[in-house]
Design a protein around this ligand. Structure first.
Ligand code: R5P
Length: 281
């Protein structure tokens, strides 16, 4: 690996712990203004101090993140399908490496859809993106997307998809955690793995457990979105996740960190939540 690429990678995966808490706020690229992310600037700002990288698209980056913010950017460069369209897997590269460099990113990320009608182009695109990444010193994160088929998240599928991304040369693999056989996913993947959180769990504790298991088994971090910013206490939640990822906290200890953080951090107030009534003067 060239110096620039290693340096960018180490901005996201912290050399002190070898771990990373990436905050995923790229969902709008196919979901639109999804719950909790209606006004990205409002969602992102309080969480910025606690993430090691911010995963998003160029549109949200330019419009909703202060260019003075000291946060490594993981730029999503694939897209082209929507949640209401016919085929979520029909993605292509939508942002050039030149644009990524202009935005001074720490890495780029794209989805591959193994087993879908678009497996071939997404895998070939990943290979090409890695070629460009190597040329310019930009790490590439390969995302093993499952579209709407959440049942695909078994270890057999995730091992295959993660390994394919690594074989294409992706520097980091973003995949899902699975309760059975995640050790096989990690073992069979020669590149470091970060796990997505997936749809919001009923409780924050379940998301902490997911992070804890994934780290214990060998993931180098999380790239988590909805379980953080759809939590009633997003700042407390990301701090709990950090405790697990960076400080080897147990779930119980992370819950304690959250309880303490809740004392000082305000609850999330989504733009669609009822606003407190103004009191009459
Ligand atoms: C979704 O397509 C994006 O890749 C998300 O960044 C990813 O799923 C992580 O977010 P979440 O934890 O909400 O699943």
């Amino acid at each position: 690996m060239d110096w620039g690429l290693k340096n960018r990678l180490s901005r996201m995966i912290k050399p002190t712990t070898g771990k990373s808490v990436m905050l995923a706020v790229d969902h709008g690229y196919f979901m639109g203004p999804t719950h909790g992310l209606e006004v990205p600037r409002t969602t992102i700002a309080p969480l910025l101090p606690y993430c090691d990288a911010l995963a998003l698209t160029r549109g949200v980056l330019r419009n909703c993140v202060d260019p003075g913010a000291d946060v490594p950017i993981l730029l999503r460069v694939s897209g082209g399908a929507s949640v209401v369209g016919e085929d979520l897997s029909h993605e292509d590269i939508t942002t050039s490496m030149e644009e990524a460099i202009r935005l001074n990113v720490a890495g780029v990320a794209m989805s591959v859809f193994i087993g879908s009608a678009h497996e071939h182009p997404t895998l070939v695109n990943l290979g090409k993106l890695v070629d460009e990444g190597e040329r310019f010193g930009i790490p590439v994160v390969g995302i093993t997307a499952v579209g709407k088929e959440l049942q695909k998240r078994d270890s057999r599928y995730l091992s295959l998809a993660s390994r394919l991304c690594a074989e294409m040369g992706a520097h980091v693999i973003k995949t899902y955690y699975c309760e059975e056989g995640f050790d096989k996913v990690v073992e069979g993947c020669p590149a470091p793995i970060v796990v997505a959180g997936g749809p919001k769990f009923k409780s924050d504790k379940e998301a902490l457990e997911l992070a804890h298991h994934a780290i214990e088994i060998g993931a180098v971090g999380v790239d988590m979105g909805r379980n953080i910013w759809q939590s009633e206490h997003p700042v407390a939640m990301i701090r709990g996740i950090r405790a697990i990822v960076h400080d080897k906290a147990t779930v119980k200890e992370a819950l304690d960190v959250m309880a303490e953080a809740r004392q000082s951090a305000p609850r999330a107030l989504s733009p669609t939540s009822p606003r407190p009534r103004a009191s009459r003067g």
